[in-house]
Design a protein around this ligand. Sequence first.
Ligand SMILES: *Cc1c(COP(=O)(O)O)cnc(C)c1O
Length: 452
Amino acid sequence: MKELQEKDLKYIWHPCSQMKDYEKFPPIVIEKGKGVYLEDVDGNRYLDAVSSWWVNLFGHANERINQALFNQSNTLEHVIFANFSHKAAIELCERIVEKTPDRLNKVFFGDNGSSAVEIALKLSFQYHQQIGQTKKTKFVNISDAYHGETIGALSMGDVDLYSKVYKPILIDSEKVEGPDCFRCKFGKNRDTCNAECFTFMEEKIKEIHEEVTAIIIEPLVQCAAGMKIYSPRYLVKLRDLCDKYDINLIADEIAVGFGRTGKMFACEHAGISPDIMCLSKGLTAGYMPLSLVLMSDKMYDAFYDDYNTMKAFLHSHSYSGNPLGCSVAIETLNIFEDDDVINKNLGKSDYLRRKVESVLDQIPFVGEYRQIGMIGAIELVKDKDTREPFDSELRVGYNIYQKALKKGVLLRALGNVIYFMPPYVINESEIDLMVEVAKDSIIEYFEEQYIK
Ligand SMILES: *Cc1c(COP(=O)(O)O)cnc(C)c1O
């Protein structure tokens, strides 16, 4: 492993990393994967509790998906997507329109999550320009949002860690205080509240709606902010507000789509349809970079005219509609159907909840355990009564992450939040292992802190 690590660090700049950290903690070089496990070049195994950054659904080296990819690569690997098409894209779009909420009838392709967000922003802006509402140029987002890393997508985010330094070059967006259920200002509970916190959005929009083209939101779970779960009531109210003021609702389901929250799409919990929906990550079960932007006919029609009216959406990516990605996405949908995945996951998510709850009182500094569907998160706090967080400089999560890796579980924390978002092929004994290692790693970390 050592030789490979040295070479890696000689040439490679890893994502979302301070490269100096790698001096003490070099990258783990993975040789292969199978099911929920990854195996490094020395033969150590790691249970992938974070689905390799929220993308994997049906395990590594899944035989059905491997076969679909193999078959497609022997038929057509890629073709220009302007003026040309292919069967895999057509089938994928027909089926995804069927599966997603009503009103999303047209599909545009991107090749990663951030590009899907960029497409959504451009579509919304241009839509309002073309229907004569030219004052509607502003985007609204909520606090703690995360929508990706390219400049437009980053502008919609509110995680300072990622965006602060770029502020001078970001698009000006209007940030509204969003739900913060663990530290609810209204003293409510997310399971029973009426999304009282929506009042911030209501007031802001009342004031500026004439300038607003779209509100972008991660439905139900703000994953990057630490798996912050909020009430579907918020989304119901948001849909009504957008309707009232002719504002496009952009649902970024990049992380929560494809069953993570227990339903195929998180919007279903609220029974709403957005005007635009962004999909990626689980779309290809963790195999290929691909994204889709779905939209309503109303939006599509505002672009549909004679060429010389210059109303077309002249956006493209070289790999638009990539057939390999499309075929893998089709097989992903096949697996959802053939294996009744959404229903089977209900049992697994129940089991996960019971397992975590059975060990929770052994774990120190737990502020809250929250879970929805196949996403579970333990938020550690310095003070349980005041819910005061640990200082980020302590890097609590990062330390626990390293301990868990030594014990064979990949549990990449988000700040002080240790979370579980495993591939759906995880079984009960693997859930036990994942939770036990999380528990032991947290305990070990805090014991060391006390001894020091
Ligand atoms: C990951 C993510 C993105 C960005 O997707 P990339 O493929 O990493 O560019 C956007 N929005 C949400 C909610 C995400 O979780």
